[in-house]
Design a protein around this ligand. Structure first.
Ligand code: NAP
Length: 168
């Protein structure tokens, strides 16, 4: 199964992201918009791996305090358009801790540098991102989820397999 570890987003954070997507759509930008329920920040991409319980065991040893994050700008990787996140030092530390326990447990993951983002649109029909107002959005990261990713009939389906919650 195809696995990744990610931060689920609060409803108000998602609402702000949807506002941006709607602005783009209203300006004629077409492509594959991420559905509201799929909006997330990936911390580690594992890919094909047969043993989610091993991943959940490894994750359970990661402790973290709530991490405040804010929506911060828009960017692109080619025709993939994303929303950026500020608050990276703490978030990066959590990502590093997760990646370390994955390594220690022999669980493979993509080792590309952590670049916190939320994919909003794939295969954007325009070459340039129109300047739209970015709404304020902030939240506390309080849980980290192991997701399974499957190709559905009309897009990807992410299924939560388990989560770790921050220390209070
Ligand atoms: P996904 O590929 O399963 O990715 C889930 C999450 O992991 C996303 O946040 C993605 O980041 C991230 N990710 C994926 N590959 C990564 C890598 N090599 N290194 C670091 N992070 C990585 O699901 P998706 O992002 O919704 O789907 C993207 C495309 O993959 C779709 O066009 C789909 O057709 C294709 N795909 C899916 C499957 C499947 O079985 N699920 C198999 C093959 C191809 P980004 O949001 O930045 O991409």
């Amino acid at each position: 199964m195809r696995l990744f570890i990610a931060i689920p987003l609060s409803q108000s954070f998602r609402d702000s992201l949807i506002t941006v997507q709607n602005e783009w759509f209203n300006r004629g930008i077409r492509g594959n918009y991420s559905s509201e329920e799929n909006l997330h920040i990936t911390l580690a991409f594992i890919g094909e791996f047969p043993d989610p319980d091993l991943v959940l065991d490894a994750l359970s040893s990661v402790s973290f305090s709530p991490v405040p994050i804010e929506l911060s700008g828009i960017g692109s990787f080619g025709d993939l358009w994303w929303a950026g996140i500020s608050g990276p030092p703490d978030l990066e530390a959590v990502s590093r801790r997760i990646r370390r326990v994955l390594s220690e447990n022999g669980i493979p993951f993509d080792r590309k540098r952590f670049n916190p983002h939320i994919t909003l649109l794939r295969k954007a029909s325009a070459a340039r991102i129109p300047a739209v107002e970015i709404p304020q959005a902030s939240m506390e990261v309080e849980s980290i989820v192991l997701f399974r990713s499957d190709r559905g009939k009309s897009g990807m389906i992410y299924t939560e397999l388990g989560r770790v919650v921050c220390e209070t």
